[in-house]
Ligand binder design. Sequence first.
Ligand code: DC
Length: 224
Amino acid sequence: MKKLIIAIDGPAGAGKSTVAQILAHRLRYNYIDTGAMYRAITWKVMKTNVNNDIIAIENIAKNIKIQLDYVDGKTNVFVDGFNVTEEIRNPAISRLVSEIAQIRAIRDAMLQLQRHMATAGGVVMDGRDIGTHVLPNADVKVFLTASIKERADRRWRELTEKGFIVNREELEKEIADRDKADSEREFAPLIQASDAILIDTTTLSIEEAVTAILKNCEERSSLV
Ligand code: DC
């Protein structure tokens, strides 16, 4: 089967990374978590205390070295050689990342890097603007979504299991705010690509979502 490029977009908590990693594993493809890249740059912005200094932020965007190592079903994220895999999932980063991801210089830098990472094909990339902007010629495009209530429940369980104490209602509000910021931003907003298949995981299991996408991959690979 030809090595495809698979783009998966959707809001926070829709199941993108779980579905994308299972697909990557089954197809023996690379998995690229672009949300982790925006979190990584947010980590650096926070660490360097640049606040709203746009020139300093642009410099970070130009010089940052982000490395994603996807091995045995886990992505390790490195910023300038430091392993930030766990830290970038902190609620403080989740609260700031949408704002940082709106900055044009940051999006331009990530766009170049993400396109470069996909050049060899055989890749599953997930994010918000992959099918519309980063890889508009992707072979398979998926828009994965779920109700806000279901997505908030999933994130709450995930964070609680990691030991964070989070208020369920506040979390839902934060996710809704993040959806709004991601969908309404000027450059490369979160929208479903016109040629993407829509999969709603509110009542669908992960396995059912994966099966639907694999079926689409088979259909596509017989055409390309
Ligand atoms: O998928 P995630 O929650 O880890 O993503 C973190 C943030 O990064 C999300 O709020 C929006 C931003 N993002 C983006 O703007 N474009 C992408 N391709 C991926 C993520």
